[in-house]
Design a protein around this ligand. Structure first.
Ligand SMILES: Cc1cc2nc3c(=O)[nH]c(=O)nc-3n(C[C@H](O)[C@H](O)[C@H](O)COP(=O)(O)O)c2cc1C
Length: 381
């Protein structure tokens, strides 16, 4: 294997290849994580949409089905965040990393680190990367604006070098990746690997029902995969569908009805007590959120569930990276990872062949952040 594919990420996570399967609510379950782990990548279980019992079962299923280590994704605003943290710590012999957006405080991060669990937040802006490292992040995943789900506005080609220049920890590139070219390109930028969501959603092991996957296969225009704030007030990238268009064009009353129905259903799913719901509501109001936005918070998990679990793509929303527009297959995860690695090796070899002579560092076989390697790049970005 090309030595450039052995990076600080593979060393820290203990996986064969620098490829991460990111967390996707309702999608990244034990089966997807096991397939990723067995194929040499590193997978995250998406706990942000799971009850504590479901997460306990999913962790047990991964533990039973493979010997590799894996990750768990959660958010501090989910009602069972504290229980998720304890569950991760109880399984620290196998859970190698946690990922999160709005993350835990420095004390909780220290608890993870003391237990040998790496903290690997996903950020969509430079200032968030700097803050995350100050709080103790071991690895940063940078998600460019083209990425799926909640996303920022800065494209990967701009955000990645900005963050690489600003932090010392390994950086993983996300947002728009699906191929070996992308992996080779990310390594050339200086990233320690790539992380992909949408590409893993569109695999044979994905739990997403066929009717919904067809919508992902059918979309061919990146412009039809837009970031919209209509679901929960925060920019989220989704495939255009009639439901989203109605939500966007509907009046306040329509939005309020959808938000109320979602909040009620989410309360039942999470087992949240009415008291907890009221506390969350009051807390959010104090932080300055508007009441409607607070209620809209439950929209995302509930409306995504309709498409991703119930197979009713026209009655819910379809979070996706723009990359879905260039994907037209549902390969097995092992086939996908194998083809990404072999294409990356070809690209790296082609770049190597352009070099007049090996640098002193590469002749000594030294490895470090790949941004110190003098790879000639034509037409970068
Ligand atoms: C269907 C879907 C659900 C997602 N759910 C989550 C989630 O629960 N937690 C999270 O941190 N990120 C979530 N994301 C973002 C992904 O983890 C990842 O960062 C993003 O998909 C990367 O961009 P890409 O799709 O271009 O590969 C989701 C993305 C998608 C497409």
């Amino acid at each position: 294997m090309n030595p450039a594919l052995q990076t600080p990420l593979t060393q820290m996570l203990g996986c064969r290849y620098p490829i991460v399967q990111t967390a996707m609510g309702w999608v990244a379950d034990a089966k997807l994580v096991v397939a990723t782990t067995n194929a040499g990548g590193f997978g995250f279980v998406a706990a942000a949409t799971m009850s504590t019992d479901t997460l306990r079962r999913e962790i047990a299923a991964v533990r039973a089905a493979c010997s590799g280590r894996f990750g768990v994704n959660f958010h501090m605003f989910q009602p069972n965040a504290r229980e998720v943290i304890e569950l991760v710590l109880d399984n620290a012999d196998r859970v190698r990393a946690v990922s999160y957006g709005r993350g835990p405080d420095a004390r909780t991060i220290q608890r993870f680190k003391d237990a040998g669990v790496l903290c690997m937040p996903t950020v969509g802006a430079l200032k968030h990367a700097i803050k995350a490292v100050e709080l103790g992040a071991d690895i940063i995943t940078v998600q460019g604006g083209e990425g799926g789900g909640h996303t920022g506005s800065v494209p990967t080609t701009l955000l990645l070098p900005q963050v690489l220049d600003a932090v010392k920890v390994p950086v993983v590139a996300a947002g728009g990746f699906h191929s070996g070219r992308g992996l080779a390109g990310a390594l050339a930028y200086g990233a320690a690997g790539i992380a992909m969501g949408t590409r893993f959603l569109m695999t044979a092991e994905s739990p997403v029902p066929r009717a919904t996957l067809e919508k992902y296969i059918a979309v061919k225009e990146p412009a039809q995969i837009r970031a919209s704030t209509a679901v929960d007030g925060m920019p989220q990238r989704m495939i255009d569908n009639p439901f989203l268009l109605r939500l966007e064009s509907g009046g306040l009353l329509h939005r309020l009805c959808v938000a109320l129905a979602s909040a009620w259903r989410w309360r039942a799913h999470t087992g949240m007590s009415l008291a907890h719901m009221a506390k969350t509501f009051v807390g959010a109001l104090r932080e300055g959120d508007s009441a409607i936005q607070t209620m809209m918070a439950a929209n995302a998990p509930v409306l995504i569930q309709r498409a991703m679990v119930e197979g009713r793509p026209d009655e819910g929303v379809l979070p996706s990276g723009q990359v879905a527009a260039v994907i037209d297959s549902l390969p097995a995860v092992a086939e996908l990872i194998g083809s990404i690695i072999s294409e990356a090796e070809q690209r790296l070899a082609a770049l190597g062949a352009l070099s007049p002579a090996p640098s002193a560092a590469s002749a000594r076989g030294e490895q470090g952040r790949a941004d110190s390697l003098p790879l000639p790049l034509a037409g970068e970005g």
